[in-house]
Design a protein around this ligand. Structure first.
Ligand SMILES: [Zn+2]
Ligand SMILES: [Zn+2]
Length: 254
């Protein structure tokens, strides 16, 4: 209860200081400290309101007597003693991968100094290449056997896509034909990406999506080219179906 009263007095003191009444702020802080003398924040606050350097110093020292590891009080004392420049100036860091390069940056995961070239910007801040790779390894868990199943599924997917593209191209042309090819292509691409994703056991591998998509396109593309004689026209409808399916697969496998 007393601590609550003391804390409220500190709040009032801050309000008084914010309003520019430092004398009142000092008085309120002192009253608060009479009730709760072990409040280190209040001692540091009091130091801020005192004009006399020696009084300031002794108030900060009271805060440090309560908590010797009170960083803000240590910093305040250092500032008061004129060590502020030496304290605040960061020591020179050198990139862990390029020892000749001075830098101010650290990896925000392992805290290792890194230069701008080594730093990789991630959604959670700058990281070193090693930490990024470690993070990726947790993400890319597909074994070779999983990947092989994925490539087999991709080959079959390419075959299915090739067949569909050929059929579409035989029966559809012109704007509406292309529009239908666009929608059918992206729908089939979505379904095929699911098939490939399941075939890998829902695991990822570095670069797998690009290679699997390439395999699908290669397979389907060769089939379309081999059937050119059937169409009697340019395989534009087939190309649209292929392209939309491939982009759907590439995006979904990522
Ligand atoms: Zn790191
Ligand atoms: Zn570097």
């Amino acid at each position: 209860m007393d601590e609550l009263t003391a804390a409220n007095l500190v709040k009032e003191a801050r309000a008084a200081a914010a309003a520019g009444d430092i004398t009142e702020a000092e008085r309120l802080t002192r009253r608060s400290l009479e009730i709760w003398p072990d409040n280190k924040e209040a001692w540091l606050l009091l130091a801020a309101f005192l004009a006399d350097v020696d009084e300031k110093r002794s108030a900060i020292k009271r805060a440090l007597a309560i908590d010797p590891f009170y960083e803000e009080a240590k910093a305040a004392l250092a500032r008061l003693d004129g060590h502020s420049e030496a304290e605040d100036e960061p020591e020179a860091l050198y990139c862990a991968n390029h020892p000749e390069r001075e830098t101010m940056l650290r990896c925000n995961k392992c805290n290792k100094p890194i230069c701008m070239e080594c730093a990789i910007q991630t959604p959670v801040g700058y990281r070193c290449p090693e930490c990024v790779r470690e993070q990726q390894d947790k993400f890319y868990t597909a074994e070779l056997s999983d990947q092989t199943k994925g490539y087999i599924a991709a080959a079959f997917s390419g075959f299915a896509l090739g067949l569909l593209a050929i059929l579409l191209n035989m029966f559809l042309a012109g704007f509406f034909g292309w529009l239908i090819a666009f929608f059918v292509g992206s729908a089939l691409g979505g379904a095929l990406s699911e098939v490939i994703w399941r075939a890998t056991g829902r695991k990822r591998a570095r670069g797998f999506n690009a290679r699997a998509t390439g395999l699908v396109v290669l397979m389907a593309g060769l089939m379309v080219l081999g059937s050119m004689g059937l169409f009697g026209r340019l395989p534009i409808t087939a190309a649209i179906a292929l392209f939309t399916a491939a982009s759907a697969i590439y995006a979904r496998l990522r």
